[in-house]
Design a protein around this ligand. Structure first.
Ligand code: ACO
Length: 372
């Protein structure tokens, strides 16, 4: 790759780290997380087991999946003490910004206790922010519950035990699916900060900031807006064509690495189907989404015949998180609940084996004026 290409192409094709954590195979649409294919993990692994898988070897004394339930539960309780800092000014911010501000208050460190608090933090803070913004008191975590079940309980979810179990399983599938994904923008950012030896809290905070943007983790909220604006299957094609003619990007489509369908889209679609089959929610929503997806793929093919633009993770993320009762404005916070596990493992891997990340830039500005 030439320097010119590097400068203009967002580091496209540049390998910036060796990792044992995950591999994104963009040509074949496969994701491997620490030796396991996503297909084998999603829907079959709890978030606690996934955290053990990602953290193993990066900390002394990583709890096994069963012990992780209690360890993460205790970490949620410790982090809940910080919810007192959620004053009226913070609560008036968009939820992601309020959560980011609360995470910034956590002590920096490199140990397992810091890692577990960071893993717990987006879950506890998101639930507290949502409830506070609704005028309700935050619900304290229950350390005995598994992480996903407790997230739903802290949000004030359904009291129906069977429905709650189905939702917790779907949330586990989601958190596992988004937990790690190669050197995406937020993980790269977290590794850059880790490479300075700043500490895990600083690395996670940096990852959060990068995740926020609509070209990365901020897309699923706009996917819901798109589905609502389209409304019916018949309206999909004209609406999408008008959006492209206007110069808009279709949220939930396209990816830097995948040239075929993002395998996470299928994992999440399966989770949505399972959830909807076991509940009274409207399958019409899934039918609408499938029509919009088919129309979007057709118009994108016509719009960019030389570029393979397929469905990415965010499209069915939107549908799944909506079905779980999360409001669209916190979808990116829920993404952070899962991806924090990856950021932490990558930060530890960077510190263990990597040097300071310090690329170069090429100066293209004016030369200093010569003295007359
Ligand atoms: N809708 C319309 N056009 C698109 C889309 C899209 N979703 N995605 C890419 N394109 C077009 C671009 O406009 C560009 O056209 P141009 O060459 O005429 O300017 C061309 O395809 C290439 O786009 P790039 O931005 O160079 O592609 P890149 O690989 O950098 O972008 C990205 C990937 C940012 C995800 C892009 O596909 C996009 O903006 N998608 C919509 C937002 C989205 O879904 N984000 C979530 C991504 S998944 C995740 O991060 C968790």
């Amino acid at each position: 790759m030439t320097t010119d290409a590097l400068a203009s192409d967002g580091l496209d094709g540049v390998v910036a780290a060796d990792t044992v954590l995950s591999e994104v195979d963009g040509s074949n649409g496969r994701l491997i997380i620490r030796g396991h294919s996503l297909d084998a993990l999603a829907g079959a692994t709890t978030f606690e087991a996934l955290a053990e898988l990602l953290f193993a070897g990066f900390f002394a004394g990583v709890p096994d999946a069963a012990q992780m339930v209690g360890a993460l539960g205790r970490a949620r309780c410790e982090v809940f003490d910080e919810v007192g800092a959620l004053d009226a000014r913070l609560a008036a911010l968009p939820p992601f910004d309020a959560v980011r501000a609360l995470v910034a208050r956590l002590t920096d460190g490199d140990d397992l206790a810091t890692a577990l608090r960071l893993l717990a933090a987006p879950a506890v803070f998101t639930a507290a922010v949502v409830r506070t913004q609704r005028g309700a008191a935050p619900i304290a975590p229950d350390p005995a519950r598994a992480h996903s079940a407790d997230i739903l309980a802290m949000m004030g979810g359904s009291a129906d035990a069977a429905h709650h179990r189905g939702c917790a399983a779907a949330l586990d599938a989601y958190l596992v699916t988004v937990s790690d994904h190669g050197l995406n923008a937020s993980t790269f950012t977290a590794r850059v900060v880790a490479s300075t030896r700043a500490g895990l809290t600083s690395s996670v905070l940096a990852g959060l900031c990068a995740l926020k943007g609509p070209l990365h983790g901020g897309a699923p909220g706009p996917v819901i807006e798109m589905l609502n604006a389209i409304g019916t299957a018949e309206n999909a094609r004209p609406w999408l064509e008008a959006a492209l003619a206007h110069g808009d990007r279709l949220m939930g489509f396209g990816h830097r690495i995948y040239r075929v369908r993002d395998p996470r889209a299928d994992a999440l679609k399966r989770a949505v189907r399972t959830l909807m089959a076991g509940s009274n929610s409207i399958p019409g929503r899934l039918a609408l989404a499938e029509s919009v997806e088919a129309a979007a793929l057709a118009v994108l093919r016509a719009h960019k015949p030389n570029r393979s633009l397929d469905t990415n993770v965010e499209f069915y993320t939107a549908l799944l998180l909506e079905a779980l009762g999360f409001p669209p404005e916190v979808f990116t916070c829920v993404f952070a609940m899962g991806r924090t596990a990856g950021w932490i493992a990558h930060a530890r891997e960077q510190v263990a084996g990597g040097r300071l990340i310090r690329p170069q830039s090429r100066y293209i500005g004016p030369a200093p004026k010569k003295a007359a």
